[in-house]
Design a protein around this ligand. Structure first.
Ligand code: ADP
Length: 261
């Protein structure tokens, strides 16, 4: 569904992504991990055509993203930026409805998504009156409406979300990841930028680790790519793994160790 081949991106003379290659199919959920400034947001923007590549190619369902019209892109991908993107004068319901505008109106879809993210009670509230964590739930809801409308119309659907849970409380952070996992299981490919490795390890199928120079240091199944050794290299600090109950069994979760220890 998504194929990046030797992608380089620069802002002016400054190269930010250097030779990024990976492939993602529907059903997969990819955590993009890396230090501040490593190019995670730039990668998502390049995939949705918001920034051009200087060399290499990004293909969406076989077509180079640069060759797709905005409308064609809106039918196969749904993107939630880290900040902004949410019009403050609108109500929650209006913003969530916008997700389906370019595709088709599905009866009940908006209400279904509002319920998935417990937004029913604030549906008539203006975005400007919500907390940042609640606004993140609204951004995610808009993307979910778009992705479900894409799949319902028979299309392939790529979801890209940039730090969707950074201001959410733990309950909603896990709810958000669970809902995104549901989208992947329904056939979408999901790309999620995360700094919370515990969320990545428990919910994502794959990991992609960028270093500070915008080079991919690891890509593959989550347990093989997001390892303490790899994180120590790119974040230049120590990590430890703890075991937590998960899905009736146990999961290993990587946590940072205080730098002076
Ligand atoms: P990340 O999401 O990993 O924190 P970004 O992709 O946002 O990293 O940014 C990567 C680098 O590119 C940073 O050094 C940032 O300052 C720079 N950058 C991002 N956007 C722009 C822009 N529009 N113009 C110039 N430089 C930019």
């Amino acid at each position: 569904m998504l194929k990046c081949s030797g992608v380089h991106v620069a802002y002016g003379k400054r190269e930010v992504l250097r030779g990024v290659s990976f492939e993602l199919e529907g059903g997969a959920m990819l955590a993009v991990i890396g230090p501040n400034g490593s190019g995670k947001t730039t990668l998502l923007r390049a995939v949705v055509g918001g920034v051009g590549v200087t060399s290499g190619e990004i293909a969406l369902n076989g077509a180079p993203v640069g060759s797709l019209s905005p409308r064609a892109r809106a039918r196969m991908s749904a993107y939630a930026a880290q900040r902004g993107g949410v019009a403050f004068a609108f109500t929650v319901r209006e913003v969530v409805e916008m997700g389906g505008l370019s595709i088709l109106a599905l009866p009940g879809l908006v209400d279904e998504v509002l319920a998935d993210l417990s937004l029913e009670e604030v549906a008539s509230a203006r975005i400007s009156t919500l907390s940042i964590g609640q606004q993140q739930r609204v951004s995610l809801a808009r993307v979910l409406v778009q992705a479900r409308a894409q799949r319902a119309s028979g299309g392939k659907s790529l979801i890209l979300v940039d730090e969707p849970t950074s201001a959410m409380d733990p309950f909603f952070a896990h709810r958000a990841m669970s809902v995104l996992q549901g989208e992947a299981r329904a056939g979408s490919a999901v790309v999620v930028v995360l700094h919370d490795f515990g969320l990545a390890e428990r919910w994502c199928t794959h990991g992609l680790v960028l270093d500070e120079s915008g080079v991919v240091r690891a890509f593959g199944p989550i347990a093989e790519s997001v390892t303490p050794a790899m994180l120590e290299e790119v974040f230049k600090m120590r990590f430890a793994q703890i075991r937590v109950p998960h899905d009736g069994g146990e999961a290993r979760v990587t946590v940072p160790v205080r730098p002076t220890n």
